[in-house]
Design a protein around this ligand. Structure first.
Ligand SMILES: CC(=O)SCCNC(=O)CCNC(=O)[C@H](O)C(C)(C)COP(=O)(O)OP(=O)(O)OC[C@H]1O[C@@H](n2cnc3c(N)ncnc32)[C@H](O)[C@@H]1OP(=O)(O)O
Ligand SMILES: O=C([O-])CC(=O)C(=O)O
Length: 371
């Protein structure tokens, strides 16, 4: 038995949800470029869960169900005010809040297909409320209740700021949600599938996935990208900063990918949005710095940017706090996690690989007084 480090190249399951073949990403056979340009996030959610695009009445029904389920128990919002430390990361707050959601759901342990589909809707509906409420509560502001006549992307931005977003902001945010929705067997999705393959419940699967997404080698990279851009501060300092990092063999956040070799097809859409939004805000420097970083890292290391790189300057231009970038990833990706969880339940087998043992050979127990 020989271990493959990081399970690179190991095919661990079959899935009909998304595929990455020759650097092309598809959701249920639809090219991500096509969806990024044409689809609403709600359509993509339906697509991932049902493996087909919705008809008009089905989409209207899903939007209504999402709107109807956006409210969260007041006790969970109150819990945000009880943390003993002041700098709780929003991903930690989200992880706990999603776990708490299960405690307020009568159907948490109901494993029927209908109950699990409804729980996927509830999770999809409630994550934006939790993320935006936490963001406001920690600033001493009251949470803003969702507006049932707004779409998913618009509602998120509205609940965050308390102001109706502009069309360009809704368009950009919707596109970012579409681009982040699913990605084959990435680390957090694999985590969710491993968890529920024990026939544990859907909330446990999503909590586990949130934990995996939080790390800076995965979803947490988008926050780190903005930290890096802020540290650099100006286009003139990019050369020095990046070359220094590369000389010290440090990783540049937002670059590289386990599966893509030529490049992440999502990055170009975010790059385009970054250019547009930073210019509208009169802060093109974030885009210009990003382009310069891309030139250096691609030139020297042949590593193209991934989805996390340009999303950072996009979210910054939408006036979103930097530590909310990864929770926003979760708001989108919960659609993929739940799609994979439902798929896992539909044809389940326990996921239990082996480890190559590299510890000492057989030893004899030595009584404590003789050691
Ligand atoms: C949504 C997402 O999860 S997308 C990924 C988000 N994560 C990041 O952006 C973090 C930065 N990137 C990385 O750490 C990696 O590229 C990963 C984790 C995404 C993929 O990692 P792996 O496939 O395991 O590649 P691994 O980390 O082994 O790197 C292979 C080589 O490329 C180098 N490398 C990979 N990524 C980078 C990077 N961002 N900057 C500099 N060098 C890098 C490594 O140092 C290593 O070099 P070596 O062979 O000389 O030691
Ligand atoms: O697939 C991966 O390894 C990471 C990624 O890009 C994603 O989850 O969107």
């Amino acid at each position: 038995m020989t271990a493959t480090r990081g399970l690179e190249g190991v095919v661990a399951t079959q899935s009909a949800i998304s595929s990455i073949i020759d650097d092309t990403l598809t959701y249920v056979g639809y090219d991500i470029d096509d969806l990024a340009i044409n689809a609403s996030f709600e359509e993509v959610v339906f697509l991932l869960w049902n493996k087909r695009l919705p008809k008009a009445d089905e989409l209207a029904e899903l939007k209504q169900l999402l709107a109807d389920n956006m409210a969260v128990p007041q006790e969970i919002l109150n819990h945000f005010t009880t943390y003993p430390i002041s700098n709780v990361h929003p991903m930690s707050a989200l992880r706990t809040a999603v776990s708490m959601l299960a405690l307020y759901d009568d159907a948490a342990e109901d494993m029927s297909d209908e109950a699990n589909y409804l729980k996927a809707i509830k999770l999809q509906a409630k994550l934006p409320t939790l993320v935006t409420a936490f963001s406001r509560v920690r600033k001493g502001l009251k949470p803003v209740a969702p507006k049932t006549d707004l779409g998913y992307a618009a509602n998120f931005l509205y609940m965050l700021s308390g102001e109706l977003p502009e069309d360009i902001e809704i368009e950009a945010f919707n596109k970012a949600l579409v681009l982040h929705a699913d990605h084959e067997l990435n680390a957090s999705t694999f985590t969710a599938r491993v968890c529920v393959a024990t026939l544990s419940d859907i909330y446990s699967g999503v909590v586990a996935a949130i934990g995996a997404l939080k790390g800076p080698l995965h979803g947490g990279a988008n926050e780190q990208v903005m930290k890096m851009l802020s540290e650099i501060g100006s286009v003139e300092k990019v050369d020095w900063y990046i070359n220094d990092k590369l000389a010290n063999k440090e990783k540049i956040m937002g670059f590289g990918h386990r599966v893509y070799r030529k490049g992440d097809p999502r990055a170009k859409h975010l790059r385009e949005m970054s250019k547009k939004l930073t210019s509208i805000r009169g802060e093109s420097k974030w885009y210009e710095m990003s382009v310069k970083i891309e030139e250096i890292v691609t030139g020297q290391k042949n590593l193209p940017p991934n989805v996390d790189f340009y999303s950072a300057s996009v979210y910054h231009s939408l006036n979103i706090d930097h530590d909310l970038f990864t929770p926003i990833f979760a708001v989108s990706r919960v659609s993929g996690w739940t799609a994979h969880i439902l798929e896992q339940y539909s044809n389940n087998r326990l996921i239990r690989p082996r480890a190559e043992y590299v510890g000492p050979g057989m030893q004899k127990y030595i009584p404590i007084e003789e050691r």
